[in-house]
Design a protein around this ligand. Structure first.
Ligand SMILES: Cc1cc2nc3c(=O)[nH]c(=O)nc-3n(C[C@H](O)[C@H](O)[C@H](O)COP(=O)(O)OP(=O)(O)OC[C@H]3O[C@@H](n4cnc5c(N)ncnc54)[C@H](O)[C@@H]3O)c2cc1C
Length: 422
């Protein structure tokens, strides 16, 4: 293989790079198969470019993801871990028509205000929330990612592989990207024992352009979590434009199931004023889900998540107790002991958007506000690398999808400009 320039190496002079450049944008590697990456793929594929998508987890869709505890074929114990509900707008709404259904029903979606302190939180009021245009993926949120990828003509997809941008080749100016899986850590082996058998495999491709479509913090600093080890790979110009302008936060989710159906008076609730709980959903009430075991998805507040470095076991004890006490308030009596409890952490959530749009509430509340106006995905036309994600626009799947389209448009404009200019 010819030598490539590494991230830490010298960057070629613009003149030298231009002399050896192929027409920009002919072949593109999009890293990240969330809504922003999938939108970018769609527009680039429609324009006839050769597009390769690399996604580190087993499913497409990014935070549109679902945990099937007993495997995909078994509809029981089925939790949407990230995105809870969508209010699709614009081009995304057209794309999703066949794969979503309305949820929650009118009268079953509440804002529950709490008061009290850490010794006891109690419900002070309950209000109906509007359900207009709210939908969920059917049979699960994770179906949406695959559906969006299926709309992209000739898209090459590599899933379950983490992409690393190695650098650019001197001779051709092309970006070299590899995708591989590192050795799994103990936590990952617990859920995916088959990873122990797999040796590290590394594949490479060379591309005229690269788009990084994931969390701003990971784009800037990389992230290490066993086989999902990502190193920062952005060009100095992208780094300068992203740095200090994006902020992230974290929250915990808690999956809880009961082996009987509880008489819940609602299906989804935004929780206000509670120190620990931000959101409670009866996932089993979503269309096409098994009713028993009855599955709940609970989100912590950002504040609770930031309070200390919680271990998973602690979350499964402390947040669970808060949730059970909350259910007691709602139902008037203690619920039975759950038959299943599992926690997960979302780190690197968008807290500040590059355009300056402020957050309002925790997730998912902040994702359901409507943001209009242009986004700010970043396209480095000298180096032919782009960065995009919800952080370029807002806090929702809609924002991420629009930011992905805008990224592709910036690249295509550049390509057309270059062709027109000879
Ligand atoms: C807890 C929570 C709840 C939310 N609820 C809602 C909601 O109800 N409704 C709503 O509209 N929005 C919601 N959001 C916001 C929504 O999830 C995001 O706005 C949206 O997913 C962002 O899309 P994205 O494509 O920018 O990034 P992501 O969805 O994060 O997708 C990026 C993908 O890139 C992959 N990736 C990263 N690095 C690499 C690499 N090196 N190689 C390969 N792959 C890589 C990641 O694995 C990830 O799958 C929620 C967010 C959170 C955190």
């Amino acid at each position: 293989m010819e030598p490539v320039e590494t991230r830490r190496g010298r960057w070629r002079s613009k003149r030298a790079a231009e002399d050896s450049q192929p027409v920009p944008g002919r072949s593109v590697c999009v890293v990240g198969g969330g809504p922003s990456g999938l939108a970018c793929c769609k527009r680039l594929c429609d324009a006839g470019l050769r597009v390769t998508l690399v996604q580190e987890s087993r499913g497409l869709g990014g935070k549109l993801c679902t945990k099937f505890v007993n495997g995909k074929e078994d509809p029981t114990l089925h939790f949407d871990m990230g995105v809870q509900l969508l209010r699709p707008a614009g081009p995304l709404a057209d794309q999703l028509k066949e794969i979503v259904e309305p949820w929650p029903k009118a009268g079953r979606y509440k804002r529950i205000s709490c008061a009290g302190d850490w010794s006891r939180w109690y419900v002070s009021s309950t209000q109906d929330l509007p359900v207009d245009n709210l939908v969920v993926g059917v049979p699960s949120m994770s179906a949406i990612g695959r559906h969006l990828a299926d709309q992209c003509p000739n898209l090459q997809v590599h899933i379950d592989r983490t992409a690393h941008v190695e650098g650019r080749k001197y001779a051709t100016g092309q970006w070299v990207v590899n995708w591989s899986r590192q050795e799994a850590n103990l936590g990952q082996l617990r859920y995916r024992p088959e990873l122990a058998e797999k040796v590290e495999e590394v594949e490479r491709g060379e591309f005229d352009a690269v788009v990084l479509a994931f969390e701003a913090n990971k784009i800037l600093r990389g992230c290490k979590s066993g086989y999902k080890m990502v190193q920062p790979s952005i060009t100095p110009s992208l780094r300068q434009r992203l740095d200090k302008r994006t902020k992230t936060s974290q929250c915990w989710n808690l999956m809880v199931a009961f082996d009987q159906e509880l008489p819940m008076p609602w299906d989804a609730a935004m929780v206000d004023g509670h120190g620990a709980l931000a959101w409670v959903a009866v996932d089993s009430s979503k269309p096409s889900r098994a009713k028993v075991p009855q599955c709940f998805m609970v989100f912590s507040t950002n504040e609770w998540a930031a309070w200390k470095q919680w271990s998973k076991k602690e979350v499964e004890r402390v947040l669970l107790n808060d949730f059970l006490a909350f259910l007691k308030e709602v139902l008037g009596s203690w619920p039975p002991a759950p038959c299943f409890v599992l926690s997960g952490r979302w780190g690197n959530n968008t807290e500040a958007v590059i355009t300056g749009v402020p957050p309002s509430g925790d997730f998912p509340a902040r994702a359901l506000g409507h943001f209009e106006g242009p986004g700010a995905p970043i396209w480095d036309r000298e180096e032919r690398m782009g960065a995009t994600g919800d952080w370029a626009r807002g806090f929702s799947v809609n924002d991420a999808y629009s930011a992905g389209l805008e990224m592709a448009d910036a690249m295509l404009d550049d390509l057309q400009g270059k062709l027109a200019g000879g």
